[in-house]
Design a protein around this ligand. Structure first.
Ligand SMILES: NC(=O)c1ccc[n+]([C@@H]2O[C@H](COP(=O)([O-])OP(=O)(O)OC[C@H]3O[C@@H](n4cnc5c(N)ncnc54)[C@H](O)[C@@H]3O)[C@@H](O)[C@H]2O)c1
Length: 256
């Protein structure tokens, strides 16, 4: 489905990014694992390549909060392949203090996390859009979240050390609107901008949390990263040519 398409996945060394890179390689594309974590990124490349998919996976050093770093990656890929088809804004930068309860979040924490995550998504999308405009085509996919769509259900975190950080709600709702803004801004430039809002992804969360979370879903509850691949392929491929400025929720009905 993605034969020879060059797709950059920011945060490609992480939980969802690795799975996206594998899906792209499986479908014959070139997945660029673009991550600040070089050893994790290279390990992910090796693990995926050893599966022998028809596509390719490569590592590209990237810090989404640095304009220079983003443009170095774009220049490197342009030199190597002559074009870039898509970027998936999927990195997840956060400060050491991230994850505190509402009362404990300082003004500085709030600003830093919004700056790194929302600011990084903006900067990456802005720089890739400039390249795509020159190229005459492009596809931007932003990772948002159900927590950018609905208010948190705080009761599911009772008795655990987890919470739903206030910065995350502010960032992800803004990512959804940034998507619409950019889709409109580049409407005549053959650049599509859409976003995916996943529900919770399984990653060793405590059992009591999982039980409470899963009881509100339709059948599975917390999803595996591979459960997002259908929507990723749809948005990257030609079947979604006329889908622009949309947010697609993948959460097993949790946010209903
Ligand atoms: N995991 C979930 O339950 C879940 C649910 C909904 C949405 N999401 C969203 O999906 C995306 C990926 O989440 P994840 O759980 O795979 O995250 P993760 O923490 O597993 O991976 C994030 C990756 O981003 C990289 N990164 C951090 N800062 C960076 C920077 N400045 N530049 C480049 N790379 C950087 C990290 O090195 C890491 O490899 C995020 O947008 C997240 O908000 C996740």
């Amino acid at each position: 489905m993605l034969k020879d398409k060059i797709v950059v996945v920011t945060g490609g060394a992480g939980l969802i990014g690795r799975s996206f890179a594998k899906t792209i390689a499986e479908q014959g594309g070139v997945a660029v694992i673009a991550d600040r974590d070089e050893s994790g990124g290279r390990a992910a490349v090796e693990a995926i390549q050893s599966q022998g998919y028809s596509g390719q996976v490569i590592y590209g050093k990237l810090d989404i909060t640095s304009k220079q770093s983003i443009n170095d990656l774009i220049a490197d890929l342009h030199q190597r392949y002559g074009s870039i088809d898509a970027v998936v804004n999927n990195a997840y930068p956060r400060t050491k203090q991230y994850g505190r309860k509402f009362e404990d979040v300082t003004f500085e924490d709030f600003n830093q996390n919004v700056s790194l995550h929302l600011g990084g998504y903006f900067l990456t999308a802005q720089q890739f859009a400039a390249y795509f405009k020159t190229q005459g085509s492009g596809n931007i996919i932003n990772m948002a979240s159900i927590y950018g769509v609905i208010a948190p259900r705080f009761d599911i975190y009772d008795g655990t050390a987890m919470t739903m950080p206030v910065e995350y709600a502010a960032i992800k709702s803004a990512v959804i609107h940034l998507t619409k803004y950019m889709a409109r801004y580049f409407q005549r430039d053959n650049i599509r901008v859409n976003c995916i809002s996943p529900g919770g992804i399984l990653d060793g969360q405590p059992t009591e949390f999982l039980e409470r979370y899963n009881s509100r879903a339709s059948s599975k509850g917390m999803l595996d990263p591979a459960d997002l691949q259908g929507v990723l392929l749809f948005l990257l491929g030609n079947m979604s040519t006329y889908v622009n400025g949309q947010n697609i929720v993948v959460d097993d009905g949790w946010s209903l």
